[in-house]
Ligand binder design. Sequence first.
Ligand code: COA
Length: 288
Amino acid sequence: MDSSAPEQAVQSRAAAATEPEITTVRSGSILRARMNRPAKKNAMTSAMYTAIADLLNDADKDDDIRVAVLHGAGDSFTAGNDLVDFQKNPLEAGDSPQARFTEALINFSKPLIAAVHGAAVGSGTTMLLHFDFVYAAENTKFQMPFVNLALVPELGSSYLLPAQAGHLAATEVILLGSPFDARRALELGLVTRVLSEQDVLPTAMETAQKLSEKPAGALQASKRLLKRASRELTAGAAKAENQEFSARLLSADAKEAMTAFFERRRPDFTKTKSSKAGLSKDAPPAGH
Ligand code: COA
């Protein structure tokens, strides 16, 4: 493992920002990418989803890369979709940075390893369902808070979570939307191993090193076989989620949830009465 290699910026610096939001290090045939917005718990902007999707797509075509590792800077993996960005750049049904990110995860044919610590919320949890190895620190806080935000699951998780953890675990995680810890994630089959925080990235890199020494063709063919049955189902779920999610993002309930988050108060959903209510007049019905 070459953890001392310098981080490369893969995303142009935002005008006001001094740090690139995604950085990479290449060690031999291992690509390590880092989400790098620590002041915002690495919350994912559209630009960050696009940058990681591009990285994965490029790495997939690059014969010199055999394994990819993703981790987060500072005290967290990622707090998921950036809620400010969501309000500024509402998700489009169909093509969107999140849809491209999901597609890149589904299509990535090489082993994908996550080193997770701190907040792994929203897409910080759902993206992990696509990974082949997930090493989580004891302090990891997982959560799929979509329903609490008047939203629905994303990134193919409505298929992948019940497939990996079972229906009852999935309804608990998705419908209640409560946080859960690394031990519970291990019980649910969402992580490979729980480790102390300082061991997470080194262990991920050790596994990456072992994988990088294996015959690449057999490794990729084996991953392809393991994913064969679920690939189309995951892509179909992601498409349906994307329709529902983009409509609900414009709902009065979602606006209330996000405003409440930034005002650091509990949201009040009592003004909308039925399951259809809460969609603002501008919001297209899901599926259209
Ligand atoms: N989008 C935008 N900003 C976010 C964010 C997100 N998803 N998550 C955290 N931040 C920002 C906070 O607004 C805060 O910014 P500020 O310092 O300018 O006020 C900063 O990151 C630190 O977050 P804070 O809430 O103070 O840290 P915490 O340790 O108390 O809690 C979390 C961490 C991740 C549990 C909490 O921030 C959280 O629940 N975030 C929302 C996660 C979410 O709903 N994601 C899914 C969206 S679909």
